[in-house]
Design a protein around this ligand. Structure first.
Ligand code: PRP
Ligand code: MG
Length: 176
């Protein structure tokens, strides 16, 4: 592992029983307070994705909006926000996904991504994988090729990776 990963992991605060009993919340706001570790995080992704002909970085609301844009700027790609419902003013395409209780939805502006573009999907964390799965479907419906999904944190016990239909997932930190 890259020596920077230890420092990144040490800045992620784990909050037991938030937002409800039994959940170990992975709080990345403490990483944002540590500029060196935050920069190492972005640099690790940039080192991996520069020179890969990626023209789109798609970030998932809300926490994917923190990590996606600096990566996009550094690799010379556009940034496309994948938003929660009814936030985008233009014409959208939508993908619903199932949560533990009920469902949620991601939306993307039609025309933000063109046929044949190479896309990277960015979020802070993969748990069950439902969110990343919906994000990939939106990009693929728009004709883009999803090159990889990138997250800071994976909760491997939830086996979200298995829901990605073989699409590569790159994570910096695993949390059990
Ligand atoms: C969290 C996290 C991921 C998603 C992962 O977001 O930031 O986006 O859950 O879960 P999954 O792999 O089981 O789909 P959340 O929807 O809680 O909201 P936020 O990013 O807006 O805070
Ligand atoms: Mg999220």
């Amino acid at each position: 592992d890259d020596p920077r990963i230890k420092g990144i992991k040490s800045k992620i605060r784990v909050v037991p029983d938030f937002p409800k009993p039994g959940i170990m919340f992975q709080d990345i706001t403490t990483l944002l307070l540590a500029p060196n570790a935050f920069k190492d995080t972005i640099d690790l992704f940039v080192e991996r994705y520069k020179n890969k002909n990626i023209s789109v970085v798609a970030g998932i609301e809300a926490r994917g909006f923190i990590f996606g844009p600096p990566i996009a700027l550094a690799i010379g790609a556009k940034f496309v926000p994948l938003r929660k419902p009814r936030k985008l003013p233009g014409e959208v395409m939508s993908e619903e996904y199932i949560l533990e209780y009920g469902s949620d939805c991601l939306e993307m502006h039609i025309g933000a991504v063109e046929q044949g573009e190479r896309a990277l999907v960015v979020d802070d964390l993969i748990a069950t994988g439902g969110t990343l799965c919906a994000a990939m479907k939106l990009l693929e419906r728009a004709g883009a090729e999803v090159v990889e999904c990138a997250c800071l944190i994976e909760l491997p016990d939830l086996k979200g990776r298995e829901r990605l239909n073989g699409k590569p997932l790159y994570v910096l930190v695993e949390s059990h």
